[in-house]
Write a protein that binds this ligand. Sequence first.
Ligand SMILES: NC(=O)C1=CN([C@@H]2O[C@H](COP(=O)(O)OP(=O)(O)OC[C@H]3O[C@@H](n4cnc5c(N)ncnc54)[C@H](O)[C@@H]3O)[C@@H](O)[C@H]2O)[C@@H](O)CC1
Ligand SMILES: Nc1ncnc2c1ncn2[C@@H]1O[C@H](COP(=O)(O)OP(=O)(O)OP(=O)(O)O)[C@@H](O)[C@H]1O
Ligand SMILES: [Mg+2]
Length: 284
Amino acid sequence: MGNIAVIGGCREYTGAPYFAAISALKIGADLSHVFCTRDAASVIKSYSPELIVHPILEESYSVRDEDKSFILENVLGEVDKWMERFDCLVIGPGLGRDPFLLDCVSKIIKHARQSNVPIVIDGDGLFLITNWLDLVSGYHLAVLTPNVNEYKRLVQKVLSCEVNDEDAREQLLSLAKRIGGVTILRKGKADLISDGETVESVSIYGSPRRCGGQGDILFGSVAIFLSWARQIVTDENLSISSRNPTMLGCIAGSTLMRKAASLAFENKKRSTLTTDIIECLGRR
Ligand SMILES: NC(=O)C1=CN([C@@H]2O[C@H](COP(=O)(O)OP(=O)(O)OC[C@H]3O[C@@H](n4cnc5c(N)ncnc54)[C@H](O)[C@@H]3O)[C@@H](O)[C@H]2O)[C@@H](O)CC1
Ligand SMILES: Nc1ncnc2c1ncn2[C@@H]1O[C@H](COP(=O)(O)OP(=O)(O)OP(=O)(O)O)[C@@H](O)[C@H]1O
Ligand SMILES: [Mg+2]
């Protein structure tokens, strides 16, 4: 039922990549890998024996200038060894913004694209692509999942204007079109999703609580649902829909995340945490 790889996790953030990877696993993925920095790896491993953790990324502070190209090659070699086994790459949870690290990640995105592996990008991955749009522009298997701030930065950069909530659907449609038909899931009170062709909205009741990490559950979920939707759409015998698999993945991920958050809130009220929501992913 799919293998997912999360590229993220550095000295500051170890929760975000864990939330994304464990969510994919709990929803039904066979394996979840995490590619992170050395500092983050043993912390992430200690949260769960279920995850496969690769401590291969490096931040500038731990690398001498003369070693950078060698390390870059090494990182790419390690990720490439696994690339063909991945059904989706999840890029950005807790990645941080170190320039050398982001340089490595942009090369990983290029390789994933060459191999036709879908990529879901969030958090610091969005910071990277907002500055280097060519990395995803025109790639139909790319999904961006911006929160309120990340969306604002994307709109300013790509459309050279401010966010227009009066005409939210039209603006999202033109944004997705301008980035060459990538799929964008704009998170908020209602989640709006567009691939530049159509716009869908998911507004089932979620949770009034906003604990950090809910976005990470969401895009771990989108990754696994998108890989299933892609199999269904491409397998003639299973064909139940001609819809864009990235749109289907976003709709399913958003619906499940909101439902799980509402179940968790019924129980834990204001003290609901991301781990409580993850516990509800498999509930009915
Ligand atoms: N435990 C962890 O390790 C976590 C790490 N995270 C990582 O932290 C880094 C920064 O992510 P952030 O999510 O802080 O991104 P940003 O730095 O863009 O901050 C988003 C802020 O906007 C606020 N916000 C959300 N919806 C809003 C609305 N409708 N109106 C007004 N404010 C709103 C949020 O409360 C948050 O403070 C990323 O690398 C991310 O992956 C987060 O995913 C949270 C959990
Ligand atoms: N006002 C809201 N009401 C209900 N659900 C919401 C609201 N805002 C966001 N959500 C839901 O919470 C999930 C995460 O969105 P959010 O905007 O919190 O992302 P984020 O800031 O990236 O989160 P994170 O803290 O994990 O980085 C989305 O699935 C979205 O549907
Ligand atoms: Mg986020």
